[in-house]
Ligand binder design. Structure first.
Ligand code: HEC
Length: 139
């Protein structure tokens, strides 16, 4: 796909995201991260893929347990989650409920790294991070 087409598509998606979450900061932080991921090779974000990955259970053979993003954040991103290991509450990830979400690129990167490693057993690719970002932004 041509770079220009991609930029137009990203802009369209972000406009939709803007209307949905009504959050200028969230949209601009997300926008910057998306263009970084594109520079690293990501194509157009696919939130349907993130939706699938969110509930997919990844087997951790060492621990003998299956893990998913929903293990801690629940299946409904608008709900308060619970850390599977510490039992501590995790505030909702949905920006429509929690205005503190997706406002800090460093924080997002830090938790993508940590959570992808723990859940999936490897770091997420730039494409997967783009997918997750748009998926979370629209919750
Ligand atoms: C073991 C529990 C756990 C699992 C599993 C988990 N997370 Fe998280 N996640 C956390 C915690 C703890 C935080 C940071 C605390 C907070 O911000 O409330 C966090 C924060 C985040 C953030 C930061 C959002 C922001 O702007 O504040 C993102 C994005 C995120 N998680 C995505 C994911 C994705 C994607 C997956 C699945 C690949 C996942 N998480 C799986 C516990 C988990």
């Amino acid at each position: 796909m041509k770079r220009q087409t991609m930029q137009i598509m990203t802009a369209t998606i972000l406009t939709v995201g803007l209307i949905v979450v009504n959050g200028v900061v969230q949209a601009s932080v997300t926008n910057n991260l998306l263009s970084e991921y594109q520079q690293q090779g990501a194509q157009q974000p696919n939130p349907d893929n993130a939706k699938k990955m969110w509930t997919q259970r990844y087997q951790d053979n060492k621990a003998g347990k299956a893990r998913s993003c929903a293990s801690c954040h629940t299946y409904n991103l608008r709900k308060i989650g619970k850390h599977v290991r510490t039992n501590k509450a995790i505030e909702p990830l949905a920006p429509s409920i929690n205005s503190e979400r997706l406002i800090d690129a460093k924080k997002i990167e830090k938790w993508f790294k940590r959570n992808c490693k723990w859940t999936i057993g490897r770091e997420c690719s730039p494409q997967e991070k783009s997918d997750f970002l748009i998926y979370i932004l629209n919750q």
